[in-house]
Design a protein around this ligand. Structure first.
Ligand code: HEC
Length: 139
């Protein structure tokens, strides 16, 4: 009887050790999905500025080589943090308003602006989370 108990105990420990080993070595599906500028753009900007950044005539301005996109990064970050309205953009005006997107994190704003500055034919330097953080603090 004693022998049977210790044998079943041994089997129990051995099998639980094997199950444990199995879960540790089995590759886990990745739950970490890094935010990417493109995904943020598609989620929050595309509806107005369109997939190719060309905007909608008289309503939403293009994001292609405008002074805002290529110019001073501080001014660009503030468009996202504070929104924008009644501004002439490269000689045209737009009936819609750009809503504030200050609910995005510093990292998300940096990613989406870097994406915009490197897409649609634009070639301008990246924006860092640190840049956004500084501007947000000044608000
Ligand atoms: C509800 C529509 C709407 C959404 C959503 C929106 N925008 Fe805008 N955006 C506008 C409008 C309209 C203007 C121009 C406002 C004006 O006339 O002053 C503008 C202006 C801008 C400008 C400055 C002008 C230019 O064309 O270069 C930038 C840069 C910009 N938006 C980027 C973004 C980014 C990045 C997002 C997403 C995080 C975004 N916008 C989301 C409507 C929108």
């Amino acid at each position: 009887m004693k022998y049977i108990i210790s044998l079943s105990l041994l089997t129990f420990f051995l099998s639980s050790a094997m199950i444990q080993k199995n879960t540790i070595t089995k590759p886990q599906p990745s739950v970490y999905q890094p935010d990417s500028g493109k995904i943020i753009y598609e989620t929050y900007c595309l509806a107005c500025h369109q997939e190719d950044g060309s905007g909608v005539p008289n309503m939403n301005p293009p994001l292609i080589k405008t002074d805002w996109v290529l110019g001073d990064s501080t001014r660009l970050i503030n468009v996202i943090l504070k929104g924008l309205k009644n501004t002439e953009i490269n000689g045209d005006s737009y009936s819609n308003e750009m809503p504030s997107h200050d609910f995005l994190t510093d990292y998300q704003i940096a990613e989406v602006l870097t994406y915009v500055r490197k897409s649609f034919g634009n070639q301008a330097g990246p924006i860092s989370s640190e840049d956004v953080k500084k501007q947000r603090a000044k608000k």
